[in-house]
Design a protein around this ligand. Structure first.
Ligand SMILES: *[C@@H]1O[C@H](CO)[C@@H](O)[C@H](O)[C@H]1NC(C)=O
Ligand SMILES: *[C@@H]1O[C@H](CO)[C@@H](O)[C@H](O)[C@H]1NC(C)=O
Ligand SMILES: *[C@@H]1O[C@H](CO)[C@@H](O)[C@H](O)[C@H]1NC(C)=O
Length: 249
């Protein structure tokens, strides 16, 4: 994902007034982290636990209350970069002062993993929601998408740019991954996420077989081809045997 700068609202920087939270006396080296950040990141973009904005920024993209309970281990800081240089500064300061960073992008973003911890630890969240530009290059059929953009924003931008381009997205690897049989993805195994397509799974698989019988365009959860394809009837029988039933029925 591109980490491009987008135009920013002017940000007032007042090291005297907004960095009060940074001045608390410290013993652990992580206490120097905010000061390190303040050299490169405008203070309003760094939300310490003591700051009034902290909770609203933290919960802004939490969709599942299960990951936000009184016992959830929360970050000590949330950083909301508006420029890729802020992300770089956060990484450098985190390394320097022993603060682990969790990065939160747009959308639901593997809920929980990006802003909480299972064990007590000092960490900060880099929330990329301000970096959400989508730039479509129609001629090249490419798009540069900032991490903070949601899939909906991407789909919308693509649809606005062209009625011939689309972007397929979204994987649920917890459902399973492609099982390859006879060098094509297995129709049977694919059924587990094929149900997303309701009664159309088989139709998609037949169409896939028309345009890509070798399963060349294959990813962890792509639609498998359904049909003999390049491997002919022998390939189909092999798949059928592997699946323990006639896949074409
Ligand atoms: C982002 O940061 C870079 C490097 O500090 C700077 O050159 C650029 O002007 C900044 N962009 C914006 C939009 O503030
Ligand atoms: C396609 O992308 C290349 C590389 O970024 C760029 O140089 C070229 O201008 C693009 N082509 C068009 C038609 O925009
Ligand atoms: C398996 O399929 C891929 C994609 O079509 C192809 O590139 C590769 O050569 C095939 N491998 C074998 C062993 O047939």
């Amino acid at each position: 994902m591109a980490m491009a700068a987008k135009s920013l609202a002017p940000v007032l920087i007042s090291t005297v007034f907004c960095c009060y939270a940074f001045l608390t006396p410290s013993h652990a080296s992580s206490d120097d982290f905010p000061q390190c950040l303040s050299a490169s990141i405008p203070c309003p973009l760094v939300h310490a636990q003591s700051s009034p904005s902290f909770t609203s920024v933290l919960v802004s993209s939490i969709r599942n209350a299960r990951f936000s309970t009184p016992t959830t281990v929360r970050p000590l800081w949330v950083i909301t970069p508006t420029n890729a240089s802020h992300v770089q500064a956060a990484v450098v300061c985190g390394r320097r002062h022993g603060v682990r960073l969790r990065v939160r992008s747009g959308g639901h973003d593997y809920e929980g993993l990006s802003y909480s911890s299972k064990r007590p630890e000092v960490f900060a969240v880099v929330d990329l929601s301000n970096l959400r530009g989508v730039r479509i290059d129609k001629q090249n059929s490419t798009a540069w998408v900032d991490s903070g953009a949601t899939l909906g924003e991407l789909y919308y931008a693509v649809a606005q740019a062209s009625n011939q381009l689309a972007f397929p997205a979204g994987l649920d690897l917890d459902l399973g991954e492609n099982v390859v049989v006879g060098n094509v993805s297995s129709y049977e195994a694919g059924k587990v996420w094929g149900e997303y397509f309701r009664d159309n799974y088989k139709r998609h698989a037949l169409a896939k077989n028309e345009i890509d019988p070798d399963d060349f365009f294959r990813n962890e959860q792509s639609i498998p081809p359904l049909g003999p394809g390049k491997y002919g009837a022998a390939g189909t029988r092999k798949m059928a045997r592997a699946c323990g039933r006639n896949i074409l029925e």
